[in-house]
Write a protein that binds this ligand. Structure first.
Ligand code: IMP
Ligand code: MG
Length: 172
């Protein structure tokens, strides 16, 4: 049986999400923001985040598949769900659960820029910054985490563990 080592408790995550929502609400005050969440992992984070943001927001989703092993991406990325909202001339914030090499988000940011939005920024709950392989900028980072493979709060391993309220390091 895989071992789940606790990394972040439910309350610790809530504190981080509240701080991110406050910062985003203040930075985009007076503007209208389009949040684009990366499926599937970011859906739990997004649902907590939007309810703490105090400015008007619209929400859309995007999905990217990366072909590689179960615990790391290959860099060969393909969009499997495109955006549906018109983002031309709009302020866009991409919402992601965790950034690892940065290849997935780098691809998504380039794709979104092709619609000529007013701005595109990135918000990630977790950032494994040591493993970055691109020059992707994460504008809003919840927490920097070290290596390991994290599950829970939307994050999965082979589609399991997304429903856990806390975040755990999966030891296979
Ligand atoms: P990247 O392209 O290497 O940055 O990989 C990012 C994607 O891989 C994220 O969207 C996550 O879905 C997934 N991922 C990376 N690290 C983890 C992890 O520790 N747990 C669960 N998913 C992860
Ligand atoms: Mg993901």
């Amino acid at each position: 049986m895989p071992d789940l080592v606790p990394v972040l408790k439910k309350d610790e995550i809530a504190k981080v999400v509240t701080e991110l929502a406050q910062k985003i609400s203040s930075d985009y005050h007076g503007r209208e923001l389009i949040l684009i969440a990366v499926l599937k992992g970011a859906f739990v984070f997004l649902s907590d985040l939007i309810r703490l943001i105090t400015i008007p927001v619209k929400v859309d989703f995007i999905r990217a598949a990366s072909y590689g092993s179960n615990t790391s991406s290959s860099g060969q990325i393909q969009l499997t769900k495109e955006i549906e909202i018109d983002i031309n001339n709009k302020d866009v914030l991409v919402v992601e659960d965790i950034v690892d090499t940065g290849l997935t988000l780098g691809y998504i940011v380039d794709y979104l820029k092709s619609f000529e939005p007013c701005s595109v920024k990135v918000c990630a709950l977790l950032d494994k910054i040591e493993r970055r392989e691109t020059d992707l900028t994460v504008d809003y980072t919840g927490l920097v985490v070290s290596k390991g493979f994290l599950v829970g709060y939307g994050l999965d391993y082979a589609e399991d563990y997304r429903n856990l309220p806390g975040i755990y390091d999966l030891k296979l």
